[in-house]
Ligand binder design. Structure first.
Ligand code: NAD
Ligand code: GDD
Length: 332
């Protein structure tokens, strides 16, 4: 595959940072853009622009001279953050998405990948823990997550319009809950896997662990290595309609806690708090179309992926510095 000139927005964040490493390893020239540099390890990007992408002039400067854009920048977080900040999230992300797509058009960019979310799927299809896995076509008629999900769904359509009207080759990827080393694990934006790792790392054997909800709600979780490989495969696929990117391994939140506790080598007493945000009751990815298009799907089980994730978060919590190598595995 010929080397390409690539912009990764959100390159100071969790998935964007891993994606930059992956693309540089593949021999591409990569520019990162974000309001901040990565929090936990240096970027491998050839060029890194610190800029606010809500400003269209910054979007254009970032898009100049590249062949492809992987647009991952977003104001985002776990269910606690996205349910408590509808207005600010919808505003910030809409500004960034419109700005980056239009900059791609003005700069003559060939391909544009948009990082959407499973939060676009309708609430009424996610009311039971034994949820029927979500297919791409289920997104319409729409009843997405307020704020964050609605804004993602609109941006998906915007990609379709820019593809049709302006000839930009777009890709739309709906991520299902992604976790791994170098992800946010505190501060209020963390998602369940990282939150559980942080809490477990701080507890003594036999202590009580706070869990939001009754623990019977379900999700599927995707390890970040699978995520970046999938993103790249989807960009290369030529497929321009929305695609799920997740695993179809459904686990309850209580099972997730058991898996993290096993990785930590600790036992805990589960303390459920029904007053905390819980989001949908059940969510899983139907990977039929992903398999059809790519002949590939994420394979890392949550039991396998939690091991390096817990090792990294525990090291952060304890102040030890654990190296994360270029293959994205953790060496203690
Ligand atoms: P992240 O928060 O770690 O990364 C997002 C990055 O965007 C951050 O570094 C942030 O600084 C940057 N950003 C925010 N506002 C900005 C602005 N105004 N200008 C420039 N940069 C700005 O999140 P992530 O987990 O890496 O998610 C990446 C993408 O994937 C996002 O679009 C997110 O919505 C999507 N997504 C992630 C998940 C998941 O489970 N992690 C699930 C579904 C969708
Ligand atoms: N964050 C968090 N922290 N969640 C917890 C905790 C905790 O300490 N304890 C239990 N949970 C439960 C939540 O109540 C929720 O039911 C479930 O774990 C999953 O929570 P999150 O991981 O925060 O979010 P989500 O799966 O509902 O939504 C996330 O994934 C989407 C994509 O699949 C969010 O990150 C969205 O932004 C993302 O688009």
């Amino acid at each position: 595959m010929a080397a390409r000139r690539i912009l990764v927005t959100g390159a100071g964040g969790f998935i964007g940072h891993h994606l930059v490493s992956y693309l540089v390893d593949k021999g591409h020239w990569v520019r990162g853009a974000d309001v901040k540099r990565p929090d936990y390890s240096d970027t491998l990007a050839h060029d890194f622009m610190v800029a606010d992408l809500r400003d269209p002039a910054n979007c254009l400067a970032a898009a100049e001279g590249v062949d492809d854009i992987y647009h991952l920048a977003a104001d985002m977080g776990g269910i606690g953050y996205i349910t408590g900040n509808h207005a600010v999230i919808a505003r910030n992300n809409t500004l960034m998405n419109v700005g980056m797509l239009d900059a791609a058009k003005q700069a003559g960019v060939q391909r544009f990948l948009y990082s959407s979310s499973a939060c676009v799927y309708p609430h009424h299809l996610q009311t039971s823990p034994e949820v029927v896995p979500l297919r791409e076509d289920d997104a319409w008629p729409a009843q997405p997550e307020e704020g964050y999900g609605l804004e993602k769904l609109f941006a998906e359509k915007l990609c379709e319009y820019y593809d049709e009207d302006h000839g930009i080759q777009t890709r739309v990827v709906r991520f299902h809950n992604v976790y791994g080393p170098l992800g946010t694990y505190d501060g209020g934006r963390e998602k369940a896997p990282a939150a559980m790792c942080r809490k477990l790392a701080k507890l003594a054997d036999g202590d009580a662990l706070e869990i939001w909800g009754d623990g019977q709600q379900t999700r599927s979780f995707m390890y970040v290595d699978d995520c970046v490989e999938g993103i790249h495969r989807i960009m290369e696929s030529g497929y321009n309609k929305p695609l799920n990117l997740g695993t179809d391994e459904l686990v309850t939140i209580d099972e997730l806690v058991d898996i993290v506790a096993a990785a930590a080598g600790k036992t805990v007493r589960k303390q459920h708090d029904l007053s905390k945000p819980q989001g949908v009751r059940g969510r899983n990815s139907d990977n039929s179309r992903l398999r059809e298009v790519l002949g590939w799907e994420p394979t890392r089980s949550v039991r396998d992926g939690i091991v390096p994730t817990y090792a990294w978060i525990a090291s952060q919590v304890s102040g030890r510095n654990v190296a994360v190598d270029r293959e994205l595995s953790v060496t203690a």
